[in-house]
Ligand binder design. Structure first.
Ligand code: BGC
Length: 508
C-alpha cells in the first residue's frame, strides 16, 4: 500500500509542476504500531472519594471546605463514578478500538496518608483489576502516577514547595512499580508542571491555594523535577528488569510572534523558555535554559532582590539530566505572542509575568470552540513537534493530551471537535513525515469529567456523560465515531469535510 501511495504522490508532485494544477491531498497512513489512545485522570473521573480505605487528597479536602474554589460549586465526590463503573469505561475503550488508555492512580487510594506507613490493599486490588481487564482487551495501560491529587498531609505542609514531598513521591512510585510493574510497562511520573505550579503555588487558583507567583511557582517546578527524577532513578535502579519505560508530561502550547518585530520574536523565545524549557531542558539537556535564568535575574534585580530562580546545583543537574525514556506532551492550542510590558506588576508581589513581559491572544481567524480560549489551529501543532525534534535531539514523544471543549448546549453532534481531531492528526502525520519521533496520540478525554476549577461546564469527552443520571449514562458523540474510524483505518484524510453543518456534501 505504501508503495502505491508513493507512486501517487510522485505522480501528483509531477503534475503540480504544471501551471494551475491543484494537488489533491492524499490520505495519510500511520504506522501499524502507532499508539492511538485516550486519557483521563483519577480525581476527575473516579468518585468514591472516601470508599474502600481511600485517604483525602488536597482536592477532596479543599473542595469540601471551600466549595467556591470551583466556579459552579461542584466537586468530584461522584463525578463519572468510574471507580464503580470502570468495566463500562473499558467497554467504551474497546468500542473505540484504542490501543492504549492513559489514566492516573490516586496516591491516597494506595497510600491513604501519603506515606508507606500504611498501604491500602483495596486500592491496589482495584487498580490491578482495571489493569488486568485492559490487558485482556489488548489495551496498553499508560499510567500517570501524579495528576495533581496530592495527599492532604503534604498539602498542609507546603505541598510541592517542600522538598520532602519529592522524597515521599519517590516512595509512592516505588510502591506502584512493585504493585503493578509486572503488568504496566509505560509510566508517567507527573502531569503538567507549568499548569500545576502556576495554578496551585503561583496564582492560588487550585488547592492548596498558595499564592506565590514569583517564587513558589519556581520552587514547585524544581521540586516536581526532583520528584520526577527520584521516581525515574528508583525505576532505573530497582525495576528496570520489568522492561518498562518512564517519562514525564509537560504542557506545551505553540507561541507565534504577533508581528515580525525583534521584540515579538524575542517574546516567543522567552515564552518557550518559561513554559516549556523550564521543565524539558533540565531533563533532556541539563539545567534551566540560560535565557530563563537571565530573564528572572534581570527582573529580580529591578525589584531589588537576588534572583527568584536559583540555578540547579551541579548535583541536581546531574540527578535530573537524562531521566526520561520518552516525553509526554499535552498540547491544546497555539497563541499569538507579543511583548507587553503592561503585564509587569500585575500582582502586588513579583510574579513570573514580570520575568517575561509578554501578552498572548488567539487569532480570530482560527475556528473557535464554544470557549474563546481554545481554538483549532493545527499548523502550530506541527511546528511544536518539529521544534521538539530540533531542540531536544528528536526524543520519543507521545501526545498525551489533545482535545477541544464543548458547552453542554452542543450535545452529541460535536463536529467542531471531530474536525479539530482530524486537523491535529493530519498535522501530526506531516510532522512524522518530516522526521518527528512522535509515536502516540491520546485524546483528552475519554468522557466528560470534572474540569478542576471550572467544574462540569467544559465537555471534553468523546463520550457524553449524563451527570444527572444515577448511572452516569455514557453516550458516544460524533467525535468518538470519527476517531474510531481513524483508528480502524489507520489513516487520516482531510481532503473532504465530513461536517454536515459546514458543508452539504459527504456525511461521515
Ligand atoms: C489537564 C487535564 C484537564 C485538561 C483540560 C490539562 O491541563 O491535564 O486534567 O482536564 O487540561 O482542561
Amino acid at each position: 500500500m505504501e508503495g502505491v501511495l508513493t507512486l501517487f504522490s510522485d505522480f501528483y508532485s509531477a503534475l503540480s509542476q504544471v501551471n494551475g494544477f491543484v494537488t489533491p491531498k492524499l490520505a495519510k497512513r500511520f504506522p501499524e504500531n502507532f499508539l492511538f489512545g485516550v486519557s483521563s485522570s483519577a480525581y476527575q473521573i473516579e468518585g468514591s472519594w472516601n470508599i474502600d480505605g481511600k485517604g483525602q487528597s488536597t482536592w477532596d479536602y479543599y473542595l469540601h471546605k471551600q466549595p467556591d474554589i470551583v466556579e459552579d460549586g461542584t466537586n468530584a465526590d461522584v463525578t463519572t463514578d468510574s471507580y464503580r463503573l470502570f468495566k463500562q469505561d473499558i467497554q467504551m475503550l474497546k468500542h473505540l478500538g484504542v490501543k492504549s488508555y492513559r489514566f492516573s492512580l490516586s496516591w491516597t487510594r494506595i497510600l491513604p496518608d501519603g506515606t508507606t506507613n500504611h498501604i491500602n490493599p483495596l486500592g491496589i486490588a482495584h487498580y490491578r483489576k482495571c489493569i488486568d481487564l485492559l490487558l485482556e482487551n489488548d489495551i496498553m495501560p499508560l499510567v500517570t502516577l501524579y495528576h495533581w491529587d496530592l495527599p492532604i498531609a503534604f498539602g498542609k505542609n507546603g505541598g510541592w514547595l517542600n522538598e520532602n514531598t519529592a522524597d515521599r513521591f519517590g516512595d509512592y512510585a516505588r510502591v506502584a512499580f512493585l504493585a503493578f510493574g509486572d503488568k504496566v510497562k509505560h509510566w508517567i511520573t507527573i502531569n503538567e508542571p507549568f499548569i500545576h505550579c502556576s495554578f496551585s503555588y503561583g496564582i492560588g487558583l487550585h488547592p492548596p491555594l498558595i499564592k506565590s507567583p514569583g517564587k513558589g511557582f519556581y520552587e514547585c517546578g524544581r521540586n516536581l523535577l526532583l520528584g520526577h527524577a527520584r521516581a525515574y532513578h528508583i525505576y532505573d535502579e530497582e525495576f528496570r528488569f520489568q522492561g518498562g519505560k518512564v517519562g514525564l508530561v509537560v504542557d506545551a502550547q505553540w507561541p507565534i510572534a504577533a508581528t515580525g518585530s525583534e521584540e515579538d520574536t524575542r517574546a516567543v523565545k522567552d515564552y518557550l523558555a518559561l513554559y516549556v524549557g523550564q521543565y524539558l531542558d533540565p531533563v533532556l539537556k541539563g539545567g534551566y535554559p540560560q535565557r530563563l535564568l537571565d530573564l528572572v535575574a534581570a527582573a529580580s534585580s529591578r525589584q531589588g532582590t537576588e534572583s527568584r530562580l536559583h540555578p540547579l546545583s551541579e548535583d541536581q543537574k546531574e540527578y535530573i539530566r537524562g531521566t526520561y525514556d520518552f516525553v509526554g506532551i499535552n498540547h491544546y492550542s497555539s497563541l499569538m505572542v507579543y511583548r507587553n510590558e503592561s503585564v509587569i506588576g500585575m500582582y502586588d508581589e513579583p510574579s513570573f509575568y514580570d520575568d517575561v513581559g509578554i501578552g498572548t491572544y488567539m487569532d480570530d481567524s482560527w475556528p473557535a470552540s464554544s470557549f474563546d480560549n481554545m481554538r483549532d489551529y493545527a499548523p502550530g501543532f506541527y511546528s511544536l513537534l518539529l521544534y521538539l525534534k530540533d531542540t531536544y535531539d528528536n526524543p520519543v514523544v507521545y501526545i498525551t493530551e489533545n482535545g477541544l471543549p464543548l458547552s453542554s448546549a452542543e450535545g452529541l453532534d460535536d463536529w467542531k471537535k471531530a474536525n479539530y481531531i482530524r486537523h491535529y492528526l493530519d498535522a501530526l502525520a506531516d510532522a512524522k513525515a518530516d522526521g518527528s519521533n512522535c509515536q502516540g496520540y491520546f485524546i483528552w478525554s475519554l468522557m466528560d469529567s470534572f474540569e478542576w476549577a471550572s467544574g462540569y461546564e467544559y465537555k471534553f469527552g468523546l463520550y457524553q456523560v449524563d451527570f444527572e443520571d444515577p448511572d452516569k449514562k455514557r453516550t458516544a458523540r460524533k467525535s468518538a465515531l470519527v476517531y474510531k474510524e481513524i483508528i480502524r483505518t489507520g489513516t487520516i484524510d482531510v481532503s473532504y469535510d465530513p461536517n454536515p453543518y459546514q458543508h452539504n456534501g459527504t456525511v461521515y
